[in-house]
Design a protein around this ligand. Structure first.
Ligand code: NAP
Ligand code: MG
Length: 499
């Protein structure tokens, strides 16, 4: 039995699941349970949706002046920083990231999301007015309103950041929200609900319930009182969410998988590009949706570049996730480990050469550790170049000429991220503009900025998160036409019906 216990967070309170069910969360570095979490079923979904709807209908949050909502979002940001050590340790034990990453990226990244949406809310014009003369004089008001009850279904790779990306814009816009975290990593989303409540968000406005996607997730995606579902996870489940949400025409935003191209141009700084190619693939064990898992290298530079990557990969240290010296942790679960090693077998069978890694780490005696793995001689048609592996496996693909690089980059069902490396910014920009993805970095990787939009082209998603674009995604837009009180004879359009 683990020492930490968590309930569901519904209506401003910790509560057990109605059915009394709990599950243990496994620490992927030790393979041991570290926390026990209540497991929701359909009754708990109904309870959470009812609490959210009650708070929404009562207007306890949406009717607060936006300055007040913005101030509470800033309080949440500060409260996250106050609890950052506890949150970082929980994130690491729940999901297997490193304490380095949790401290530098996850917890401050979540906090900044609340501050950014506070600013985006204050910068937004709630109502705009337009005059119109045709066919009759009118005043026209276009205003933004919340959607209602929003559901967020989130994955295990960035549990705290993903919870923040769903809760912060929903709150900024005045919605009530229910989050379903991934079953592997429920803890920090639950703690965030408590933080929101303590910072002054009224009861019922933020609810977090852990439980199986196939039941709790599906119940949220079909619930008649849920107006929007925001999902991050696999393309396969995203497709299912879209189908389920269609029954009640919910607003849907989806942030799905990727197989992002990382294009090394012939005029790149090769040292920096090789490190960028590794950072783009191996950061967080490759379990990042926009990882640059297809590295495209000009043929004349190919052998030398692969060599630089192999050498650079030796600077990555696998180890105890709570040790600040560790730069790479385990995969999230045994199931994910099996998926990744299955793909390495597929790559070998397809004829690609595994030049380093390719197996579980021999240096670790427990935990779901997998070595950084580099494949050379990869053809873009191979499964390891087309399918999302979500582990530390990179395919290095040779190309001949810029046009071929763009062709290979866009030859994917996905379109989430990618990068271009060059010392000539204009050259890089010409390529970046031709890549069919939602984010392109030039000479950097993985630098998601909460002020700018993030999301996918093609089968990588629908809609955008973050920045003012991300706030739009949690709002309805209403047009109010204000006509003159005048005799019907002055309203010339009525002549279409009346003699
Ligand atoms: P997933 O199955 O898509 O899970 C994401 C979330 O959806 C989890 O909260 C999950 O709950 C829930 N879910 C699962 N089935 C559902 C359903 N039928 N209806 C509603 N919700 C459902 O992802 P995964 O299994 O954790 O990982 C599988 C693959 O997804 C990875 O290998 C990777 O390729 C991709 N992935 C992508 C991202 C990304 O950021 N784009 C993140 C994670 C994973 P449970 O945890 O209870 O199943
Ligand atoms: Mg876990």
């Amino acid at each position: 039995m683990s020492s930490k216990e968590f309930g569901l967070f519904i209506d401003g309170k910790w509560q057990p699941a109605k059915g009394g069910k709990t599950a243990e969360s496994i620490n992927p570095a030790t393979e041991e349970p570290w926390a026990t979490v209540a497991v929701a079923d359909r009754d708990d979904v109904d309870k959470a949706v009812a609490a959210a709807k009650r708070s929404y209908d009562a207007g306890v949050w949406r009717n607060k002046p936006k300055q007040e909502r913005a101030e509470i979002l800033n309080k949440i940001c500060n409260a996250i920083f106050e609890r950052q050590d506890e949150l970082a340790a929980a994130e690491v034990q729940d999901g297997g990231g490193t304490i380095r990453k949790a401290t530098a990226a996850d917890i401050p990244g979540g906090a900044q999301t609340f501050m950014q949406f506070s600013q985006a809310l204050l910068a937004q014009t709630e109502e705009e007015e337009f005059e119109e003369q045709v066919p009759v004089p009118s005043r026209n008001i276009v205003r933004r309103e919340p959607i209602g009850v929003c559901a967020g279904i989130i994955p295990w790779n960035f549990p705290f950041v993903m919870a923040s990306w769903k809760i912060a814009p929903a709150l900024a816009a005045g919605n009530s929200v229910i989050i379903k975290p991934a079953s592997n990593t429920p803890v920090t989303a639950l703690l965030l609900a408590e933080i929101c409540s303590q910072a002054g968000v009224p009861d019922g406005v933020v609810n977090v319930i852990s439980g199986p996607g196939g039941m709790v997730g599906e119940a949220l995606a079909t619930h008649p009182d849920v107006g929007k579902v925001a999902f991050t996870g696999s393309t396969e489940v995203g497709r299912r969410i879209m189908q389920l949400a269609s029954g009640t025409i919910k607003k849907v935003t989806l942030e799905l998988g990727g197989k992002s191209p990382n294009i090394i141009l012939d005029d790149a700084d090769l040292d920096s590009a090789a490190m960028g190619a590794l950072f783009g693939t191996f950061f967080h064990q490759g379990q990042i949706c926009e990882s640059g898992t297809r590295v495209l290298v000009p043929e004349p530079l190919y052998d030398g570049f692969v060599e630089r990557m192999v050498e650079g990969s030796k600077r990555i240290s696998l180890g105890d996730t709570l040790d600040p010296a560790t730069t790479m942790g385990p995969l999230v679960s045994k199931a994910q480990l099996d998926t990744v090693s299955g793909y390495v077998d597929i790559g070998r069978k397809e004829g690609a050469d595994c030049v380093i890694g390719g197996s579980c780490s021999a240096s670790m005696d427990r935990g779901y550790y997998f070595e950084p793995t580099i494949f050379r001689n990869v053809d873009n048609k191979m499964r390891i170049a087309q399918e999302e592996i979500f582990g530390p496996v990179v395919s290095v693909i040779p190309y001949n000429g810029d046009a071929a690089a763009v062709g290979i980059a866009n030859d994917s069902m996905y379109g989430l991220g990618g990068a271009v490396w060059s010392k000539d910014t204009e050259h890089a920009l010409r390529i970046a503009r031709r890549i069919q993805t939602g984010t392109v970095w030039i000479n950097d990787y993985h630098l998601i900025n909460v002020r700018f939009p993030f999301g996918g082209y093609k089968q990588s998603g629908v809609g955008r998160e973050l920045g003012p674009w991300g706030l739009d995604a949690y709002q309805e837009i209403k047009h109010i036409h204000v006509g003159q009180s005048a005799p019907a004879s002055d309203k010339i359009y009525m002549a279409m019906l009346f003699n």
